[in-house]
Design a protein around this ligand. Sequence first.
Ligand SMILES: O=C(O)C(=O)C[C@]1(C(=O)O)C=C[C@@H](O)C=C1
Length: 385
Amino acid sequence: MTNETLHALRRDINEIDSELLILLAKRRRIAHSVVEYKINNNKPIRDEAREQALLENLISYGKSLGLDAYYINNVFQRILEDSVLHQQAMLQQNLNPEALGTTNRVTYLGGQGSYSQLAVHKYFSRRPGKLVELGCSQFDEITGAVEKGQADFGVLPIENTSSGSINEVFDLLQHAQVSIVGEVTHSVEHCVLAKPGTELGDINKLFGHPQPFAQCSRFIQGLDQVQLEHCDSTTSAMKAALECEHSAAIGSAQAGKHLGLEVLQTAIANQSENHSRFIVVARKPLQVSMQIPTKTSLIMSTSQQVGALADALMIFKQREINLVKLESRPVPGNPWEEVFYVDLEANIDDPNVNQALEELKPFTEFIRVLGCYQSESLKAVTPKM
Ligand SMILES: O=C(O)C(=O)C[C@]1(C(=O)O)C=C[C@@H](O)C=C1
């Protein structure tokens, strides 16, 4: 094959890819129009039977074109997820017209290319309004800026599939005067990044935020004679690596590229599927439509009687409310007292949930709803292949 033929083939591929993008944008516009029907007829946004039928038809047609079922399923699951999340965000905006302004000031940890910034982009790309980004170096600066009205929203990482809960953020939520109004999950692909020309064997210092260090502990154990340097964020870790000879940082490939760093090694997290969940906080709570999957987060401390926690949790079971997270944290200044964080798959406007919260009172010393928000963890349907 000649060079010209290669160029011609690549031109064809470029053209097909552009057509695919045009079609995806068109598909999304049509899905937006479907929302109007669902709003007016009070129908749930998600129609799993339709998704199942759609996937099965596509798999069958795709097979006749020589494409394999797993490939088709993967591609269209992503398309459907995008469609559902966009529709849900539209519905929410319709219900809370004041929720997003023409300009949304969003504060998060780190700067260009930090994982938090990637999560901010993912969440706000589905919502209207101009994004104004305010990078911070501490979690309490984020909640502080929202409380003082310097930012409309704050985005905080709350848990990771490898390292678990981010205690500092749970502790902040005990006292911060903010409401959880959203969540977003983002896959975190840690890399080792260094100044161009640096080899992995040359480094004697590794900069990073404590969370990525925990999530890449196995890789780090395998490094010989490398000193770990803790930083406020992945952005500051990467900046430090730029200024220090024989050093590297843990961060995302995108952020590294932005700062002029080279990737020395990819996929260094303990688990290949490494995802972080972020919460979005604002000063005031939002109303969440009953037509979409919803989470309610609360914080409570149970009375000191035997079995008080078990009794409290039984209320959710009796009322068929699914509990998706339970986390305990110490109360500062009160040794051995615990406060519990609970995430429910529930909408605070559902009378069944309200009733459950009333029934909880005798078993708790205090209880506060941290927020009710659109759940972004969609359970994919499983088509017959
Ligand atoms: O057909 C619908 O009801 C739609 O809203 C469209 C669509 C899709 O994107 O294909 C989106 C969400 C539903 O769960 C099913 C399908």
